[in-house]
Design a protein around this ligand. Structure first.
Ligand SMILES: *[C@@H]1O[C@H](CO)[C@@H](O)[C@H](O)[C@H]1NC(C)=O
Ligand SMILES: *[C@@H]1O[C@H](CO)[C@@H](O)[C@H](O)[C@H]1NC(C)=O
Ligand SMILES: *[C@@H]1O[C@H](CO)[C@@H](O)[C@H](O)[C@H]1NC(C)=O
Ligand SMILES: *[C@@H]1O[C@H](CO)[C@@H](O)[C@H](O)[C@H]1NC(C)=O
Ligand SMILES: *[C@@H]1O[C@H](CO)[C@@H](O)[C@H](O)[C@H]1NC(C)=O
Ligand SMILES: *[C@@H]1O[C@H](CO)[C@@H](O)[C@H](O)[C@H]1NC(C)=O
Ligand SMILES: *[C@@H]1O[C@H](CO)[C@@H](O)[C@H](O)[C@H]1NC(C)=O
Ligand SMILES: *[C@@H]1O[C@H](CO)[C@@H](O)[C@H](O)[C@H]1NC(C)=O
Ligand SMILES: *[C@@H]1O[C@H](CO)[C@@H](O)[C@H](O)[C@H]1NC(C)=O
Ligand SMILES: *[C@@H]1O[C@H](CO)[C@@H](O)[C@H](O)[C@H]1NC(C)=O
Ligand SMILES: *[C@@H]1O[C@H](CO)[C@@H](O)[C@H](O)[C@H]1NC(C)=O
Ligand SMILES: *[C@@H]1O[C@H](CO)[C@@H](O)[C@H](O)[C@H]1NC(C)=O
Length: 431
């Protein structure tokens, strides 16, 4: 997939020596958040797993509140469907340890109430033996030189106390490349938030009292990334940092021969049609953050003739093609087309903006929405013949269901956005 983790997640990873040669690692699932119904949905544990390398002999530790949570190892199918009927192993006492004793895929879910459906699920891939040469990661495309970029931290959400905790900004930074010369824009409401660049220690402890950090109090605040290295940012107000308003990034040199700020972004080169899997391996879900699909689309080029593939679990999502107004207002009762059977392939046969969401109740509001810009193919030969997606139907909308409470969520409110998102997630987050 060519994605790489570009920031250091603040995992406290305990490395224990086993015998004299092999190193056995302990992975604390969810780091300090532990094993809970994540406020950010299933994406939270996906993102966490991306930060880890699992080898045979390693131990997974699930830390949770006895009685409120549990953890079961299940089959892939049970994981996908959140079926807790016949788990391979069920552990009800924290900490629950699982030793990863073979190469392969492992699936874990919380079996209580609707916990799995709400995102308490973890899939990992044990790929190597300890001591054996680790398989070299898929060759990643060498980073391309480009002109400076201004990143709006958190995209549309800006710089807030994120509903998903600190993993939200880790997720945001995931897969992004930060070069010297780029700029970070922290968009926040003056008076409610602030931002300071701090040391790694202050970032980890959320304590800036013995540093000389300069606090930017007026939003939006801009930081130019002027040197190679790690940059740490936190909000200094109240408990903002503890609640997840913190960002760590790794800035690398622009590989361009002359990384001068005037280098224009490379013009898109002619290429054949591309098939994009929306959300990559996460597929088309109610994502952990409202900007997940904006992040996915960011930096991708869509050209007439390309195809979008939406993968989802039948009867839990659908794909609705909608107007811009419907996209913006999340009015999903007036769709252009609705496709209900996964996978859905949609040929992008016209240039311009295309908007997608799900008609299931509140999915759009919760972030299951995608907007892309399709540019015309430069050659005159545009592909003809639509790949018609499987039988468009009119969806009747998602099944209603009683809201389930979160077992854990930040208690302090950061901003209007955050309030809105947290409330909507707490009240309506279900598949
Ligand atoms: C930061 O990037 C540099 C250069 O790619 C790399 O050597 C270093 O390990 C990275 N650090 C972290 C914490 O990711
Ligand atoms: C497990 O969770 C409890 C309660 O949240 C916490 O006090 C404890 O430090 C956690 N253990 C680890 C290893 O993080
Ligand atoms: C859940 O799994 C059990 C056995 O593994 C199976 O009998 C049952 O039909 C499954 N339930 C659903 C809803 O798929
Ligand atoms: C689980 O692993 C942790 C960390 O290695 C350890 O402290 C704990 O004692 C283990 N618990 C059990 C029941 O093995
Ligand atoms: C796990 O890794 C194997 C080997 O690299 C790969 O074939 C498989 O698709 C991976 N599974 C997942 C869920 O990523
Ligand atoms: C910054 O936030 C304000 C208020 O939320 C919003 O109107 C504006 O569009 C945002 N700017 C950017 C660049 O996202
Ligand atoms: C923050 O650091 C200062 C100086 O090291 C220390 O006096 C203070 O107790 C720390 N505060 C907290 C909440 O840890
Ligand atoms: C803060 O600034 C003062 C004066 O410039 C300096 O003496 C002190 O060492 C600085 N402290 C830190 C932690 O950088
Ligand atoms: C959608 O929202 C915009 C403002 O965001 C408004 O101007 C427009 O009338 C709304 N459209 C519908 C159909 O409600
Ligand atoms: C869709 O719902 C909105 C608000 O509930 C309503 O104003 C609008 O008329 C509806 N549109 C259609 C086509 O039913
Ligand atoms: C969804 O339903 C279609 C048609 O019944 C089927 O072909 C497809 O395999 C199903 N997809 C999934 C992911 O279950
Ligand atoms: C598409 O491009 C236009 C012009 O650059 C821009 O105004 C618009 O916001 C873009 N839309 C999306 C969905 O990216």
């Amino acid at each position: 997939m060519g994605r790489q983790l570009t920031i250091a997640i603040l995992a406290i990873t305990v490395v224990a020596l086993l015998h004299s040669t092999a190193a056995q690692e302990t992975h604390l699932v969810g780091d300090k958040f532990g094993w809970l119904v994540p406020p950010g949905g299933a994406y939270a544990y996906e993102a966490w797993a991306e930060t880890q390398t699992f080898a045979v002999g390693d131990i997974l530790v699930f830390n949770f509140t006895n009685g409120d949570q549990d953890v079961a190892r299940v089959t892939k199918e049970a994981f996908t469907t959140c079926n807790s009927t016949n788990p391979i192993t069920l552990k009800t006492t924290s900490p629950a340890n699982f030793t990863l004793d073979t190469i392969g895929e492992y699936y874990f879910i919380g079996t209580k109430d609707k916990h799995c459906g709400l995102g308490q699920k973890l899939a990992i891939n044990v790929t190597a033996e300890h001591g054996s040469p680790t398989p070299s990661p898929a060759p990643k495309p060498s980073p391309a030189p480009r002109g400076p970029v201004t990143y709006v931290v958190g995209d549309d959400f800006g710089w807030i106390v994120p509903p998903g905790g600190e993993i939200a900004y880790a997720t945001w930074a995931y897969g992004k490349t930060f070069y010297v010369g780029d700029t970070l824009e922290f968009n926040f409401t003056t008076g409610e938030q602030d931002v300071a660049r701090v040391t790694k220690e202050a970032f980890e402890s959320c304590n800036i009292s013995n540093t000389n950090a300069t606090v930017e109090t007026t939003g939006p605040a801009y930081f130019k990334l002027e040197t190679v290295g790690q940059y740490y940012f936190i909000g200094t107000k109240d408990k903002r940092c503890e609640l997840g308003q913190k960002l760590a990034i790794n800035v690398t040199a622009n590989p361009g021969p002359n990384p001068s700020p005037s280098v224009p972004a490379p013009a898109p080169t002619p290429r054949g049609p591309v098939t994009y899997t929306v959300g990559d391996k996460l597929g088309w879900i109610v994502p952990g953050s409202g900007y997940a699909y904006a992040t996915w689309a960011y930096g991708k080029t869509f050209i007439v003739g390309d195809t979008l593939v939406f993968n989802f679990v039948n009867d839990t999502q659908d794909v609705a093609v909608v107007t811009k107004s419907a996209y913006e207002n999340c009015t999903t009762n007036n769709t252009i087309a609705v496709y209900t059977k996964s996978p859905v392939s949609i040929l992008l046969n016209t240039s311009g903006e295309h908007f997608f969401t799900s008609t299931y109740y509140r999915h759009c509001v919760l972030g299951q929405k995608l907007a892309i810009n399709v540019t015309a193919r430069s050659t005159a030969t545009s592909p003809s013949g639509s790949v018609a997606p499987s039988s468009p139907t009119t969806s009747t909308g998602g099944p209603g269901s009683a809201p389930a409470p979160f077992s854990s969520a930040p208690s302090k409110i950061g901003s209007g956005h955050f309030t809105l998102v947290l409330i909507s997630m707490a009240a309506f987050f279900f598949y």
